[in-house]
Design a binder for this molecule. Structure first.
Ligand SMILES: *Cc1c(COP(=O)(O)O)cnc(C)c1O
Length: 423
């Protein structure tokens, strides 16, 4: 039976048998015991399913991964130690030295550094395109050695919304998969596979955990991409490190995610801890409820800010004034996320003062958890830049990024109001 997404948040992935724990147990064990060498040998040869070492997987990890796979509508998922590890493995499962990726320029700063510095140093090349670029401009970014396209569905922190349907169409026309970082909307608000994406990644440290307690990431495989089109020999030629297994033949629709586990997680090892997966699973139980409240609170706050004459500008994709309003109505009719950005009149100085005046909203370098928080990039994450440099990278000196929590929205607005009135 096909359940609704809010039911899946509570129930998917774990179906205890007679007498088993009702709540997914934390299997805090690196190793698993077997009666015969022959059975263990079959596990090593990928002839049988089972657990043998937590670096590959573990009952807690696979249960929580199965829940997220169901939420996104994929064939399988792999948890990772962080969102950064998910982004890294999502690309390196496909691309090797000499390959190239087309990537939207509006992405998380950590992902930008990972791609533009660390993966470049490993020989993988990137072309960054404006997320709103025309079809022709995106097409022009593809090269003969392009192996993937990467975008964020709603970008952190600029809140650009990618036309995932268009990016999927262009990626497929070039015979390559589309990877979508879906951290901000979460599958509750947006499911990229329904619009043609092939691979989804998340930093589960954000809304999925939702309480700011456990770092983590996940990669989900739609099972829809055809890896046998001639561009991806790693999927169609024997893997000698696994007795010549051919992933596309042996694992079919789950070729990508199986290779990610058996090859990359085995070799690189950025595994999530069972304890963190358990905390993530508690967060997932309430994800649908929380997202509804984050989105409605954020929209109310954004509308309040838009009507306040001490505010210079407001950026939130749910506002009718947003250039993404129509696209969001189509892709994410339930809402986008709880993060908004706005400018306080009076530039950098007034923005810093506003930050100091906030009482309920706390100053932290994080977004997307239950507690309202705020950040002034010009005086923190981007403080080495002058006003001209800030403008050039799209961060205005007076920009405040606010992650609207699930408190009573009247209290959040009262806090903003007193902070503005005391400027
Ligand atoms: C935070 C974030 C990441 C990185 O995740 P970590 O869990 O901090 O490693 C990647 N993508 C997006 C969109 C993020 O917000």
């Amino acid at each position: 039976m096909a359940y609704h997404i809010d039911t899946k948040c509570v129930q998917a992935g774990y179906d205890p048998k007679n007498g088993e724990a009702r709540v997914v147990p934390i299997v805090q064990s690196t190793t698993f015991k077997y009666d015969s060498a022959a059975t263990l040998g079959k596990l090593f040869d990928l002839e049988e399913d089972g657990f043998f070492y937590t670096r590959l997987t573990n009952p807690t990890l696979s249960t929580v991964a199965a829940k997220i796979a169901e939420l996104e509508g994929g064939v399988g998922a792999m948890l990772t130690a962080s969102g950064q590890a998910a982004s890294m493995l999502s690309v390196t499962n496909i691309c090797h030295s000499g390959d190239h990726v087309v990537c939207a320029s509006a992405i998380y700063g950590g992902t930008f550094n990972l791609f533009n510095k660390s993966l470049r140093e490993l020989g993988i090349d990137f072309t960054f395109v404006n997320p709103d670029a025309s079809e022709d401009d995106i097409n022009a970014a593809f090269k003969d050695n392009t192996k993937a396209v990467f975008v964020e569905s709603v970008s952190n922190p600029s809140l650009d919304v990618a036309d995932v349907e268009l990016y999927a169409k262009l990626a497929h026309a070039h015979g390559v998969p589309l990877i979508v970082d879906n951290t901000f909307p979460t599958p509750v608000n947006f499911r990229p596979f329904e619009w043609g994406a092939d691979i989804v990644t998340h930093s589960t440290s954000k809304y999925m955990d939702g309480h700011a307690v456990a770092l983590g990431g996940v990669i989900v495989d739609s099972g829809n991409f055809d890896w046998t089109n001639g561009k991806f020999p790693a999927f169609t030629e024997p893997d000698e490190s696994y007795h010549g297994v051919i992933y596309s033949e042996k694992f079919g629709k789950a070729a990508y995610i199986t290779k990610a586990v058996t090859h990359l997680m085995r070799d690189y090892g950025p595994q999530q801890s069972p304890q963190n997966a358990f905390l993530l699973s508690l967060g997932l139980d309430t994800l649908a409820l929380r997202m509804e409240r984050h989105c409605s609170n954020a929209l109310t706050v954004a509308k309040y800010l838009e009507s306040n004459d001490k505010i210079d500008w407001v950026n939130f994709p749910g506002l009718e004034s947003s250039k993404y309003y129509e696209l969001c109505k189509k892709l994410m009719p339930k809402g986008t996320c709880g993060v908004i950005s706005f400018g306080v009149k009076g530039g950098r100085e007034q923005a810093m003062k506003f930050m100091d005046n906030l009482k309920l909203a706390k100053l932290v370098i994080h977004v997307a958890d239950v507690r309202t928080c705020a950040l002034h990039p010009a005086s923190t994450t981007h403080r080495q830049m002058n006003d001209e440099q800030l403008e050039a990278c799209g961060v205005k000196p007076n920009l405040i990024r606010m992650s609207v929590g699930i408190e009573n929205v009247d209290d959040i607005i009262a806090d903003i109001e007193q902070a503005l009135n005391n400027l």
